[in-house]
Design a protein. Structure first.
Length: 239
């Protein structure tokens, strides 16, 4: 049994959706058929169910790349072959609206974990085929949002040093969050398919204007759409 996620190796864990919040993992597990909780330890809560005749595991990874990287590595150890992160992020484009959805096609590596695995010159990118399937699934459900480069940063509240978000906005990064670059790098190094779809809860460059609201109820419809697309993609993809 893996020490942190408290799961043993199992072929049922090949298809995984990961998210930060244990509460969100539990709530979204109700979209699966016959969901059951299979593990709970610290921030790592896991639920197993079925979608379109395929078994899907949902596991929460908490906040930040360091703890999430432990989760991703251990999930791969117990059998994960494809992992999709469904999470929240801050939009960086001027027209950001709360509830917008973006698909990450690459990530700027400002996390503190992946640079200890491989030099920063190595890119953090998800699996192309899986990402295209995610985009296709979302579009079939009416999504007209953006895909593109996101920023993964360990910093949430700014300090005295510039967080460089203005720079990355000018370079057309679409969002900032805290875990995806670690997921993508680990997926590449371990030869596991990864992807990410993110719901925007505001714009950190416009917090002073009131453009930030992480209220789960306001984001509920977008989050559910993302989970359904992630389930559909995992149920369809060949592993």
């Amino acid at each position: 049994m893996k020490r942190h996620i408290q799961l043993d190796e199992n072929e049922s864990y090949a298809r995984v959706v990961v998210c930060g919040s244990p509460e969100r993992a539990q709530l979204m597990s109700k979209l699966l058929q016959n969901p059951k909780q299979v593990a709970m330890n610290r921030e790592y809560h896991s639920f197993l169910g079925r979608y379109q005749e395929k078994e899907i595991l949902i596991t929460s990874h908490g906040v930040g790349a360091a703890g999430a990287a432990i989760c991703f590595q251990e999930l791969i150890d117990v059998g994960a072959k494809a992992l999709i992160r469904v999470g929240t992020a801050g939009g960086l484009y001027d027209e950001t609206k709360i509830g917008d959805i973006v698909v990450a096609t690459s990530a700027v590596r400002k996390d503190g974990v992946s640079e200890q695995m491989i030099p920063l010159a190595y890119p953090a990118v998800p699996d192309l085929g899986l990402s295209n399937m995610l985009i296709r699934s979302l579009r079939e459900k009416g999504w007209t949002g953006r895909s593109g480069t996101i920023v993964t940063s360990d910093l949430f509240y700014p300090g005295l040093i510039s967080n460089e978000l203005e720079l990355y906005r000018s370079a057309h990064a679409v969002a900032v969050e805290m875990e995806c670059s670690a997921l993508f790098v680990i997926g590449q190094l371990r030869q596991v398919k990864t992807g990410a779809v993110l719901v925007l809860d505001g714009n950190p460059l416009k917090w002073s204007e009131g453009l930030y609201d992480p209220d789960p109820e306001r984001l509920k419809q977008s989050v559910e759409l993302c989970f359904r697309s992630a389930f559909e993609t995992l149920a369809t993809i060949n592993l």
